[in-house]
Design a protein around this ligand. Structure first.
Ligand code: NAP
Ligand code: 12T
Length: 340
């Protein structure tokens, strides 16, 4: 480490991911020098707490990144598109949580448990992209399986919480539940249909081929992170009425023969993974247990007998933590340890 403390900006500090950034920087005792909190005119001037001190939220503008070493961005793709390059031009290394730069060949897409070496490529653009929440938890669980047995094909269905769509979507679920219990008609403004007591097989917008953008992100990002464009991935992304935590049913076809026992042992020793798999005691990963946890929980590990080398897994993680802010802070930790 060439320097003891780093000036950090959180862009989108007043959002769900921003709140998690503040908590995680404090919890992990990241070497923060000056901390700059930035948001839009809607919340600029409000105050947030970091290490017992109140910090006033500033307005994101052209001058926001003077003297800032690391920018942790989650203000939405259209805002990152404009401000991440401005920050990088001012000498700030950006770790961006939005979808905008993920597939840019000049921007590394990083999950520290899977491809930390890719961080070295940050110098080209000054930007490192944080993958989509659903991609992150899937690749953390699959990395040891990929390394030991090879992966031919993945079929994944997600059960994604409303917090993935931001604060307004969480409030919408609450208001809809309240309305329904009061026998009134629920209103919808953020998600495409009523989410209370419902499941929506649509996350983000539809593409021409009938898949959604969220599904396409899982395919493209997973291939980029593993550096393997021939990996076959068939996704379905579903929004469920859960506040925090995404679940995934993952079917994997491996190259080499594999047993559930081998996978349980391998995953038990894998970084960032916690095996919760004891059917006799009805123990398996659940979103009510994942909030505030750092690990990706894996359970229901069993053979898929319909193919020669098949496995089924149930994978759960806190989408705001490992799926967003924690992964980005882990990237920043490697940056300060090895690069800055
Ligand atoms: P959120 O709760 O709606 O918060 C959005 C934040 O962005 C707020 O702080 C908001 O500030 C700020 N913002 C919006 N427009 C801005 C502008 N023009 N200038 C400056 N700040 C602006 O959303 P969230 O859940 O935190 O997610 C934010 C973004 O992170 C998403 O759009 C998504 O791209 C990304 N995300 C990524 C993952 C992932 O998979 N890695 C997961 C969740 C989210 P105000 O309060 O002032 O409006
Ligand atoms: N549409 O960062 O709505 O690409 O859950 C993350 C979460 C996009 C992203 C969601 C989304 C992203 C959602």
């Amino acid at each position: 480490m060439s320097k003891r403390e780093y000036n950090v900006a959180i862009v989108g500090a007043t959002g769900m991911v921003g709140a998690e950034f503040l908590k995680i920087l404090e919890e992990r005792n990241f070497p923060v020098g000056e901390l700059r909190l930035l948001a839009s005119e809607r919340t600029a001037g409000s105050k947030l707490e970091f290490k017992g001190e109140e910090i006033t939220v500033g307005l994101l503008d052209e001058e926001s990144f003077e003297g800032v070493d690391i920018g942790l961005f989650s203000p939405g793709a259209s805002v990152s598109k404009i401000y991440a390059p401005k920050a990088a031009a001012a000498g700030c290394v950006v770790v961006d949580n939005t979808s905008h730069f993920r597939m840019d060949p000049d921007v590394p897409l990083v999950v520290p448990e899977v491809n930390p070496e890719a961080i070295a490529g940050y110098e080209k653009s000054g930007i490192i992209a944080n993958p989509n929440c659903s991609t992150i938890q899937m690749v953390v669980a699959l990395k040891p399986i990929y390394d030991h047995f090879g992966i031919k094909r993945i079929v994944v269905s997600t059960y994604q919480s409303v917090s993935g769509a931001g604060k307004k979507a969480m409030d919408e679920l609450t208001e809809q539940v309240r309305a329904l219990f009061n026998m009134t008609v629920p209103e919808k403004n953020v998600l495409p249909h009523v989410i209370a007591f419902n499941c929506l097989p649509q996350i983000d917008l539809f593409l021409e081929d009938g898949y959604t953008k969220e599904e396409a992100k899982m395919v493209n990002e997973t291939r980029k992170i593993f550096g393997n464009n021939s990996m076959l991935i068939s996704p379905t992304a579903v929004r469920v009425p859960v506040y925090v935590g995404h679940s995934e049913s993952i079917n994997v076809e491996t190259e080499d023969p594999v047993t559930p026992e081998e996978v349980r042992e391998l995953l038990s020793a894998a970084p960032g993974v916690e095996v919760v798999d004891n059917p006799a005691e009805a123990q398996y990963p659940m979103t009510i247990d994942c909030a505030e946890r750092d690990s990706v929980m894996v359970g229901r590990i069993r053979r898929d007998d319909t193919v020669e080398n098949g496995l089924n897994l149930w994978v759960v993680a806190d989408n705001l933590r490992k799926g967003a802010a924690l992964n980005a802070v882990q990237i920043a930790e490697i940056l300060v340890r090895d690069y800055l």
